[in-house]
Design a protein around this ligand. Structure first.
Ligand code: SF4
Length: 252
């Protein structure tokens, strides 16, 4: 519809060649283009990005799709400041020994440290995992909470982890904002947010709910392969023409 409108505008404006009609033409075209960009944002862009990331290696979060809420939570704790590959290997090793809080609390601290080594801060994470597991047993009857408020009460669990557990573990629409989601959403110009929390709130206003759970997985893969933190591959990017490239100094 907008394309037809654009053609009509061009046709009528071409009838008069004076500078006034040219100015009017340009203003209307800018307005129509702005509407077009607005119209494609953000769900069409998410779909385009989803299409582009199909060709890339899947991020570790995909591997936890089929896991229980408890395993997702523990994987997420392990993943902080740790490479995806290491997280994935450590999670697999750990879950072969303990799949739920009851089994986890039976593991002595030193053994747990060895099991999750070499994830970053493995000593501290081993303590956190044991504490989370004990509290889940004591305060939640061994079941991972299925609401944000209770999840956030657990030590070492922030909004990122809590939203991932809700989304992947319980299929409750939630947006997990990590560094990729925060960076890309602001760069493209969907939102203007200073913190991951603001990003989450603003994205929830503009992204249809059906995309919330998978948005993290999509943008993580996109951020690892195309929209890199430094010098993104804009020339290969499927949403290049719609992206405002906010804050980009160097790109390829
Ligand atoms: S055009 Fe560049 S900055 Fe924009 S989303 Fe694509 S890679 Fe990222």
């Amino acid at each position: 519809m907008l394309l037809a409108l654009k053609k009509k505008v061009e046709f009528f404006c071409s009838l008069g060649e004076d500078s006034n009609s040219n100015r009017l033409r340009i203003r209307i075209l800018i307005w129509v283009s702005a509407l077009e960009v607005k119209r494609v944002l953000p769900s069409k862009l998410v779909r385009l990005i989803e299409r582009q990331v199909l060709e890339f290696k899947i991020p570790w979060t995909t591997g936890v799709d089929q896991r229980s809420p408890y395993e997702i939570l523990i994987s997420c704790v392990l993943s902080l400041r740790t490479k995806d590959k290491i997280t994935s290997q450590a999670s697999q090793k750990l879950f072969r020994i303990a799949k739920d809080p009851k089994q986890m609390v039976k593991i002595p601290l030193k053994r747990l440290e060895r099991l999750i080594y070499p994830v970053g801060f493995y000593r501290n994470k081993a303590k956190v995992i044991l504490e989370i597991s004990r509290r889940i047993l004591k305060e939640f009857g061994g079941k991972i909470p299925n609401n944000l408020g209770d999840l956030l009460k657990l030590k070492g669990v922030g909004r990122k982890t809590a939203n991932l557990v809700l989304g992947l573990g319980y299929k409750i629409p939630s947006i997990c904002v990590d560094t990729h989601v925060h960076r890309i959403s602001n760069r493209i110009g969907w939102i203007n947010a200073k913190s991951p929390y603001e990003t989450e709130l603003q994205l929830k206003r503009i992204i249809p709910k059906r995309y919330w759970i998978r948005l993290n997985k999509t943008l993580v893969s996109f951020g690892q392969n195309i929209c890199l933190a430094i010098s993104p591959f804009c020339s290969r990017c499927i949403v290049n023409r719609y992206c405002k490239k906010i804050g980009i100094k160097r790109f390829r």
